[in-house]
Structures are given as structure tokens and as C-alpha cells.
Design a protein around this ligand. Structure first.
Ligand SMILES: Cc1cc2nc3c(=O)[nH]c(=O)nc-3n(C[C@H](O)[C@H](O)[C@H](O)COP(=O)(O)OP(=O)(O)OC[C@H]3O[C@@H](n4cnc5c(N)ncnc54)[C@H](O)[C@@H]3O)c2cc1C
Length: 299
């Protein structure tokens, strides 16, 4: 889901077979087989999904679009996604929510998703809190674009809880020789989760406390610095406001080449995902224009 790297990278083959920019026309079912509370703000659900058996999923940031049928729409799984899209009014279309596949087992057809639980607001977060073993959820995808570049002198991962699963998957993809710095913002000490780290990976936990999401994270990364001349790859995802500030830091202040940065907003303060996805292009264009002018970003 990177805006800067996505053009350069190949696309993942997917069960639905759709191109990345086309809306997926097929839904694949997954059945909840396990649940584990990783921290006060994160729940892992495990899924059985024969539909991904044998799929080639080579990237570190594979994600799916979970499909939630609106209450009262008068249909339920199984349904034909293409037909629903063609025949139902907008208010009856499945609500889509994007989630990283934290662990993927294409031999057995299984994956895990780590959900941030962020209160009663929303569709997917509250669903994850109450989802029961045996429940079936359809999804579109998977898609994916990014993997750590082998041979880079250093990898830097920057994310909040929503990107923690993608960061963990990315770190898990590193080789023993890879050097990495991982900056993760969570609410506090009890929200730390286990990461697949080795000696050459330094993890910097950033505690948000009462601050606005993302602000402490930007401060921590700014304090650590960025060297435009270093052969370093960046993976930066999470709340949109943090992403805008990180873009300014990396592209304007530090002069890091855009091709070395995978960066995008995973959610936005005060917006449901549909609103965020609908406004993302404009948000990114405004950020790019501000960067081109070399001025503090577009508030
Ligand atoms: C490629 C990609 C991968 C992602 N992977 C993951 C993942 O693995 N795990 C994960 O938890 N999220 C992930 N996200 C983010 C997730 O899609 C959004 O957080 C989504 O908005 C959650 O849907 P919802 O129905 O719970 O809340 P929505 O209905 O979209 O929003 C309801 C309210 O909750 C707020 N909100 C949304 N997300 C958060 C949050 N994380 N923290 C605090 N408030 C929030 C919104 O601003 C809004 O006010 C990913 C997003 C993308 C684009």
C-alpha cells in the first residue's frame, strides 16, 4: 500500500486473480479458528482459509479487505461479490476493512490477523472483540506490494499499532545479516507485543500516553535522524497525520530519495475507512504539493 513504491514493485498473484487497481470481483471465505489477546489493545484471530492454499504470496505486507454485510441488507455469506456490486444499492454493499495478514500458511490454508481494538466505534475492531470460533468472514484479495530489499545497509520500520502486524511481518522477513531499526508507537508498556527480532534489529518502543496518535512517534524518529546518503530502506505506515509529518521529515527536511520509502496512511483520525480511502488520493496530492513547495505540510 505504498504510494511511492507501488509503481516500482510487482504485483502479488492472488486467489481472486484481479489486478491491483481493479476492484476484486471475488470474495473468499475464512473461518475463525482461534483468538488470543496479545495486549489490551490488540486481538489476534486465526483463520482457516482453503482459498489461499497454494497461492503465491511473496510480499511482507499482504493484506485483505474484510467484507461486512450491512445489517438489514437482506443477504449473508455466501454471496457473489460481483453480482452484489452490480445489483445492490450502495447502502447494501459490503463494508470493506483492510487488514494485514500477520502470518500466512499457504500449505495448509491459514492465516492470522492482529486487530487493533479501539473502542465501540467502527465495524472491524468491534467485530474482532466479539468474533467467535467458527464464524465465517469473506474477504477480497489478498493484495501486497512490499518486501525488504535484500542488501540494503539498513531498514527502518516506523508504525503505530495498525501497522504493527505489517512491521512484524517485515521484520520476520529479514535475513540474519540485515540491520534494522524499528520504531513502534503504542499506548504504553503493557501494549508491547513480541516481535520476531534478532541481534541486528533494534526496537524502539514509543509510548503515546495522552498525546495525539503519531506525534510521539514522529518526535522519536526525528530525534534519531535520517541520512539521505545512507543506503537505507524505509517502511512507514499508520495514522495519516503521522504519515504526513514523516513525509515532510523524510522528503523535505532529510532529502531521502522517494524510491527508498514505502509510506502510506492506514487510517485517519475521526474518519471511518470508507471516508479515508475516498479522500486518500487528495490527501496525498496535497502533501506532495506542500513537499514540492518545501513548506510545512498542508494543515
Ligand atoms: C494496508 C493496510 C493494512 C492494515 N492492517 C491493519 C492491521 O493488520 N491491523 C489493524 O488493526 N489495522 C490495520 N489497518 C487499519 C484498519 O484498516 C483501520 O484502522 C480501519 O479503519 C479499522 O476499521 P474499523 O471498522 O475498526 O474502524 P472504522 O469504522 O474505519 O473507524 C471508526 C473510528 O475509529 C477510528 N479508528 C480507526 N482505526 C483506528 C485505530 N487503529 N486506532 C484508533 N482509532 C481508530 C477512526 O478514526 C474512526 O473515528 C490497515 C490498513 C491498511 C490500509
Amino acid at each position: 500500500m505504498s504510494e511511492t513504491q507501488s509503481q516500482a514493485r510487482a504485483q502479488a498473484p492472488r486467489p481472486g486473480g484481479a489486478g491491483r487497481r481493479r476492484k476484486s470481483r471475488r470474495a473468499t471465505p475464512a473461518t475463525v479458528t482461534g483468538r488470543e489477546r496479545l495486549s489490551p489493545e490488540m486481538i489476534r484471530l486465526s483463520f482457516d482459509c482453503p482459498g489461499i492454499r497454494g497461492a503465491e504470496l511473496p510480499f511482507a505486507d499482504h493484506y485483505v479487505k474484510l467484507l461486512f454485510v450491512p445489517e438489514g441488507a437482506g443477504y449473508s455469506w455466501p454471496f457473489d461479490l460481483a453480482e452484489v456490486r452490480e445489483t445492490r444499492p450502495r447502502t447494501e454493499q459490503p463494508v470493506m476493512r483492510t487488514y494485514t495478514l500477520r502470518k500466512i500458511d499457504t500449505d495448509n490454508g491459514a492465516f492470522d490477523i492482529d486487530f487493533v481494538v479501539h473502542g465501540a466505534d467502527g465495524v472491524a475492531g468491534p467485530w474482532a472483540e466479539r468474533a467467535e470460533i467458527g464464524e465465517v468472514i469473506p474477504f477480497a484479495g489478498p493484495g501486497g506490494t512490499w518486501a525488504p530489499r535484500p542488501g540494503a545497509a539498513r531498514q527502518v520500520f516506523v508504525g503505530d499499532e495498525s501497522a504493527l502486524p505489517a512491521v512484524a511481518a517485515g521484520v520476520g522477513n529479514l535475513s540474519d545479516e540485515d540491520v534494522a531499526d524499528v520504531f513502534l508507537e503504542v499506548s504504553g508498556q503493557d501494549a508491547h507485543v513480541a516481535l520476531p527480532v534478532r541481534e541486528s534489529v533494534r526496537v524502539h518502543w514509543v509510548h503515546r500516553g495522552d498525546a495525539t496518535p503519531g506525534t510521539r512517534l514522529v518526535e522519536a524518529v526525528r530525534a534519531a535522524g535520517a541520512d539521505a546518503g545512507e543506503d537505507c530502506e524505509w517502511f512507514v505506515h499508520g495514522v495519516a497525520e503521522m504519515v504526513r509529518e514523516m513525509r515532510r521529515f523524510l522528503f523535505v527536511d532529510a532529502g531521502v530519495p522517494r524510491g527508498r520509502v514505502s509510506i502510506s496512511g492506514y487510517w485517519r483520525l475521526g474518519m471511518v475507512e470508507d471516508e479515508w480511502q475516498a479522500s486518500k488520493r487528495e490527501f496525498t496530492a496535497a502533501a506532495e504539493a506542500a513537499e514540492a513547495a518545501g513548506v510545512p505540510g498542508n494543515r
